[in-house]
Structures are given as C-alpha cells and as structure tokens.
Write a new protein. Sequence first.
Length: 284
Amino acid sequence: MRSDVTATVPAELPEDHPGFSDPQYRARRGAIAEVGARYRSGDPIPDVTYTPEEDEVWRLVSHELGRKHQRYACRAYLEGAAALTLPTDRMPQLREVDERVHALGRFHIEPVPGLVPTRVFYGALARRTFLSTQYIRHHSAPFYTPEPDIVHEIIGHANMLANPTFADLYEEAGKASVRATSDAALDFFSKVFWFTLEFGVVHEDGELKAYGAGLLSSYGEIEAFREAEVCPWDIARMGTLEYDITRYQPILFAAESFDRMVEDLTAFFTTYDDEGQHRWLAGP
C-alpha cells in the first residue's frame, strides 16, 4: 500500500529548527506525520513516496555513518547492521524495515507522527514494538537534527534490534518501564536507558566502542565521544545524573565488556519496579 502524501497541516517546528523557514519542508513534514497518525497497529504499513532530495539526504548520511561505524561501533551493532542490510541509495520504507527486523530480532517497527509520550514509547518495547518516525532532517543540515528522525530511528535503533541480544534487552527495558508506575521510578529508569541504549559505550578489543543508538546515529558525536569524561560502569549513578539533549554528552559510562553490559542491564531491567530506584541507591 502506498501513501502519496499531500500536506494538510504544516509541521510545527521550533524557530531554531533548520527547516523552520522552509514552508515546503514543513508541508512535507506535516504530510508524512499524517501517514503515521492514521496508522493503526496491525494494519499494513503504508509506503511514503519520498522525494529525490530526501533520498539524497539519506544516501549521504547513511554512507558517512556507515564508514564511521566500521571504526567506532561495537561488534554486536555491526553484526545487526550487516544482517539488516538497509538500503543506502534511497530512503527505506518502514514496511521493509519491519519485515527484516522481525525476521532477525522478532521486533516490529510501527510508524508514529512524531514524538510520543514517554510511557507510550517505552511501553511499546514491552510488546517488542519500536515506534518510529518516517520523516528525515532538513537538507540544509544533513548531519544534524534537533529531534529524532528516521536516521536516528532506523540507523540507530533498528540496526540494534536486528541483533537478538539487543532486541531482548529492549523488550526487558519496556517491561521494566511498565512496572515503574510512579514518575520517580520512570525517571530513574529513563536515565539508565539514556546512558546505555542511547549513549552507551563499551571496552572491546582494547578500544572504546559505541553501542548506544544516539551515538551511532550522530555524525559528529560518534567521532567526539571518546573525548567525553568516560566513567566506570555505575547504574546507580546513571539513574540520578541529569543530561542535556541539546549538546554532546559530556559524561558517558563504559562497561568493561559487552557481555558484562548485557548481564548487568538484563539484571537491572528484569528486576526493576517502583522500588527499584531505592534498592539501587541503597547499594549492596
């Protein structure tokens, strides 16, 4: 099923967004968002007719990120990306990404119009479903976006979800978020998720490698992350540390090995609930 998007309501963008003053981009964003808004879980995912300009942004960004991944990404991410085999010459359709990710990691990808409430996003992970936008960043700033777009969702997260080990971690994270019914418990959980599955790093083969989707989908930060203050693995501190989404992360937490990261995160996610933050802060 194909959806030839036609703008109805232009996207609302902040004034500092690269596409704020481009009415054509805002119209496209609004139209593509409408495709996601009309989607209902379980329905066939409609294709979006992307423009040559959008395909070119994807081609440029995916090529450059792929080159950087060979140097900076952890082995498990590279294995997932190699298995998923995203197109590099055009924008991917969520339909085809969903089919491949489900075959590899038993996760589904579903479209949404834009950012969704925190509990909705994390709760979907408990059903092995990742909610993804379908629009791409403005062509004037192909290596920058102030918000998650399809580059972040697919190159960052979907490549991870194509690896069964990561996919299982995402599911357990989703289940933990459902058990965290208080706002305080969800906040602690969200910060751990941020410093691991979004901005996690790990020691591997004598080097510091990235496994977080936020790092792996950022053209600039993936080269700069080794300049951050790299702290020892500490889930209790992760859960209490504030972060700023508008800048490169100045503090990262490194697991001593990939297996240690998986073991510790699995233990955290599978036991976390409303009292989890108190148990972690109390220590052994």
